[in-house]
Design a protein around this ligand. Structure first.
Ligand code: PLP
Length: 440
């Protein structure tokens, strides 16, 4: 697209963006196919981030595109309150075939943020229904990202996302410490050996607050947006055991880790730890139509729904919960994941990915490299007095060199579509290596 044909940029207040810098030097994407975007200047950009951790089956997957187009022509919208359409029931049933344990009841939302807030509300409704309304506290974790709803930022642990809104966060929230410690974990391959005991902080919270006041613990199995913090070996198992011991629900926020990122349908299966609820989004429709979901254990649904006196059991839902275009995209996406074996493909590629990640060791400013499944982070030494500037510069430089990576604080994160070819892994890390070599 010639510079003269660029749209007027001023009116759109962009999300999580340095608006003024962006509008001075915009990075616009105009089309996408497979592993590549096309930028407005015509350049092909290798997608090293699956869009925003969501396009797991690659861009413009033909069956998904067709399913959305057909759905739009057939049933553009159907109300979801006291009404329904077949697609949302089909998708919920299909999801249960890849969900772990007895998580076989699914509530649809439109985003990860809404999935998180929905999961928190379901936890409260569950304890209300069981006659334990005092169980109303939540436990989140430092450096967690759970979206941008008031629930999500309250249990989340990213200071920048909270500071302007601190006056109105949820009142009954405690935070576990995060699990990241460079002194013990730097350059660990996969799950670090050190740090499982960080889960024991839950004991201290229980001792202080009383288990009978705590509804749920929510964690990302692998913290993504804060820079791919891989859980120490044994950490999630310990959290699960402590939650069981104290009757606390364990919620996994699998908005990033769901749908194959770790070489299994969900992190729950990849890590062998089954939570009571899973919040997911992104890869559920391959990013093609906004959608999120909360999957809950049968007993949670039964407690809220089956034991209710009659009428509406949960006063919660969205105009677009289970939207026909999203459910069509979701069903087609699950088909593609299965027929193309993409979760197994991610698992098979993980060792090669790990090798490529750790080949960056020793390059300028690199203080840590982390990986799990097809996720990775390159942590950079901060530039004095300029938080995050080095990672941002590397992101811009990689974009100019033809690869999309994601800057998050002092880290650059990588999470390619699961269709990535080994030669494209080489290409991606070649771009990052070249960028690192000349990074100030
Ligand atoms: N939870 C996690 C773990 C996420 O990574 C994200 C987004 O990246 C969200 C929640 C929020 O999802 P959304 O941006 O769809 O609201």
């Amino acid at each position: 697209m010639p510079q003269t044909m660029l749209p007027q940029l001023e009116s759109h207040w962009m999300p999580f963006t340095a608006n003024r810098e962006f509008k001075r030097a915009p990075r616009l994407l105009v089309s996408a196919a497979g592993m590549h975007y096309t930028a407005a200047d015509g350049r092909r950009i290798l997608d090293g981030t699956a869009g925003l951790w969501c396009v797991n089956a690659g861009h413009a997957s033909e069956p998904i595109v067709r399913a959305i187009a057909d759905a739009a022509a057939r049933l553009d919208y159907a109300p979801g309150f006291q009404m329904g359409h077949p697609g949302s029931f089909e998708l919920a049933s299909r999801l249960t075939t890849i969900l772990p344990g007895d998580l076989d009841r699914v509530f649809f939302t439109n985003s990860g943020s809404e999935a998180v807030d929905t999961a928190l509300k379901i936890a409260l409704a569950y304890f209300q229904a069981r006659g334990k309304p005092a169980r109303a506290r939540f436990v989140g974790r430092e450096r967690a990202y759970h979206g941008v709803g008031f629930g999500g930022i309250s249990v989340g642990g990213l200071a920048n996302n909270r500071k302007a809104f601190a006056a109105q966060l949820l009142p009954l929230v405690d935070h576990l410490p995060h699990t990241h410690d460079l002194a013990h974990q730097a350059f660990a391959h996969g799950q670090p050996a050190w740090g499982a005991e960080r889960a024991d902080a839950l004991e201290a919270i229980v001792a202080q607050r009383g288990a009978e006041t705590i509804a749920a613990v929510i964690v990302e199995p692998v913290a993504g947006s804060t820079g791919v913090l891989v859980p120490p070996r044994g950490y999630l198992e310990r959290l699960r055991a402590l939650c069981d011991q104290h009757g606390i629900l364990l919620i996994f926020d699998e908005v990033i880790t769901g749908f194959g990122r770790l070489g299994a349908p969900f992190a729950a299966q990849a890590m062998g730890v089954i939570p009571d609820m899973i919040a997911c989004a992104k890869g559920i429709t391959n990013g093609a139509v906004p959608m999120g979901a909360v999957a809950v254990r049968r007993g949670i649904y039964d407690a809220v729904v089956e034991t209710a006196p009659g009428g509406i059991e949960l006063f919660h839902g969205y105009t677009y919960s289970g939207h026909p275009l999203a459910t069509a995209a979701g069903l087609a996406t699950l088909d593609v994941y299965r027929t193309d074996g993409l979760f197994d493909r991610a698992k098979a590629l993980a060792p090669l990915w790990e090798e490529a990640v750790h080949s960056l060791r020793g390059l300028p400013h690199v203080v840590d490299l982390r990986n799990l499944g097809l996720m990775a982070a390159i942590e950079l030494e901060p530039r004095a007095g300029q938080a995050g500037a080095r990672a941002y510069d590397l992101f811009v430089d990689c974009f100019n060199r033809g690869a999309l990576v994601r800057a998050a604080g002092e880290t650059v994160c990588l999470s390619p579509p699961l269709i990535v070819e080994p030669r494209q892994i080489d290409e991606l890390f070649g771009v990052v290596r070249a960028g690192l070599k000349q990074l100030a």
